[in-house]
Write a protein that binds this ligand. Structure first.
Ligand SMILES: Nc1ncnc2c1ncn2[C@@H]1O[C@H](COP(=O)(O)OP(=O)(O)OP(=O)(O)O)[C@@H](O)[C@H]1O
Ligand SMILES: O=C(O)[C@H](O)CO
Length: 363
């Protein structure tokens, strides 16, 4: 493993779903819940920590396909598609609504929310079909819209988002623990507000953000110590605008480590190839730094999968663009091009999701 990959793992481990939930519940104990619900890409890890503390509570886990390994044996597990929902997302949404509505008058519900929840569980407003939902999701994802704009669309179609799910809760108390994968760490945006409560509810609601991009970056900075030159959450723009800006900053920077976080956007052509925003940014950066022998850059999603692929991102340097990757840029097909250069990172599902990290070393 390269030094940059090692640092990425340190950051990701610092925001693991299991450890984040355990630490939060240890620091601020809660009364035992009567029901545990975990929704999102980190649901299995978050639910595992809660179920170990509260073994008597029934557990519902809704997560992405292939992300359920290690789920508590007594949990009900539903796996669905991400980022574009499928029929399992509607089944998951129906189970979610039924479970919340089935909580008794005195009950305490523990909600564990992580990014990806929006696509993984849905109950549509009357008159809408799965085809409407998938089409609108695909269009928005390809348009370069950021997560705030995507989730405004999602909330408008939904009977469980934007606080509507907890609006159906008839019990006494809800505790929401959330891992943030959105700028500003707002509970109303994470999973389109699936763990948020509307105003004027009759139950007590406490919400905590237990992991975030800032926490992951700080863990990397702590591990790298005096070597760190910058640490900022500035990866919020189109990848074609970000790449030249970041490359120019790195070329002008002092030698040392640079840590950036956030979630870039990509505008896709009509029939894109295989890739994700991290791979696309890595490819564009490879072009910008071609020939430089003093720069190495890692760009990867902390959930372990970038777009609809099995890679989290890539590591590039001044040699990566030895033969041109322009065609891969034009067709939005960074995956195969980077794979051929052995530049992809494939850690598998990480049990967390705090957006993306860029770690660059200048020597
Ligand atoms: N071929 C491609 N090249 C570059 N980017 C792509 C490609 N195909 C899809 N994408 C991008 O991948 C993104 C979806 O990626 P991913 O599944 O990692 O989403 P996410 O932001 O983590 O989802 P969520 O916010 O719901 O957790 C979309 O923004 C889309 O533009
Ligand atoms: O699921 C979602 O809505 C996004 O990942 C943001 O949390």
């Amino acid at each position: 493993m390269t030094a940059l990959e090692n640092l990425w793992h340190i950051g990701v481990n610092a925001v693991g779903g299991d450890a984040s939930v355990r630490q939060s519940l240890h620091a601020h104990p809660i009364t035992p819940p009567d029901q545990i619900i975990a929704v999102g890409k980190a649901a299995t890890a978050m639910a595992g920590a809660a179920a170990a503390l509260f073994p008597d509570a029934p557990v519902l886990i809704i997560t992405k396909d292939g992300h359920a390994d290690g789920a508590p044996p007594h949990a009900q597990v539903i796996e669905a598609a991400h980022p574009v929902p499928n029929v399992a997302s509607l089944e998951a949404g129906a189970s979610l609504l039924k479970t919340v509505q089935g909580c008794g008058p005195q009950s305490h519900l523990l909600m564990l929310v992580s990014g990806g929840a929006s696509a993984l569980a849905e109950v549509l407003e009357d008159g809408l079909t799965l085809a409407d939902l998938t089409q609108r999701t695909q269009d928005k994802l390809a348009s370069g819209a950021d997560i705030h704009a995507i989730n405004v669309m999602r909330r408008g179609l939904s009977r469980i988002k934007g606080g509507k799910l907890l609006g159906t809760f008839g019990g006494a108390r809800v505790t929401t623990l959330a891992i943030s994968d959105v700028e500003g760490d707002s509970l109303g945006v994470i999973g389109s507000g699936i763990g948020d409560a509307p105003n004027n509810v009759a139950f007590a609601h406490e919400a905590r953000i237990v992991a975030s991009n800032a926490i992951a970056r700080q863990a990397i900075a702590d591990a790298a110590g005096a070597d760190v030159r910058s640490n900022a959450e500035t990866l919020y723009d189109d990848v074609t605008a970000l790449a030249p800006r970041i490359a120019a900053q790195l070329k002008a920077a002092e030698s040392g480590l640079h840590i950036l976080g956030g979630e870039p956007t990509v505008i896709l052509p009509e029939a894109p190839g295989l890739g994700g925003r991290n791979m696309m940014l890595a490819l564009l950066l490879a072009r910008e730094i071609t020939g430089r022998d003093d720069l190495q850059i890692l760009v990867a999603g902390t959930d372990g999968s970038d777009g609809p692929t099995d890679a989290a991102g890539a590591v590039v340097d001044g040699q990566t663009w030895l033969s041109s990757g322009q065609n891969a840029i034009d067709t939005a097909a960074p995956y195969d091009w980077l794979a051929a250069r052995h530049a992809l990172l494939k850690p598998g599902p990480t049990g967390t999701n705090v957006m993306d990290l860029l770690i660059a070393r200048k020597t």
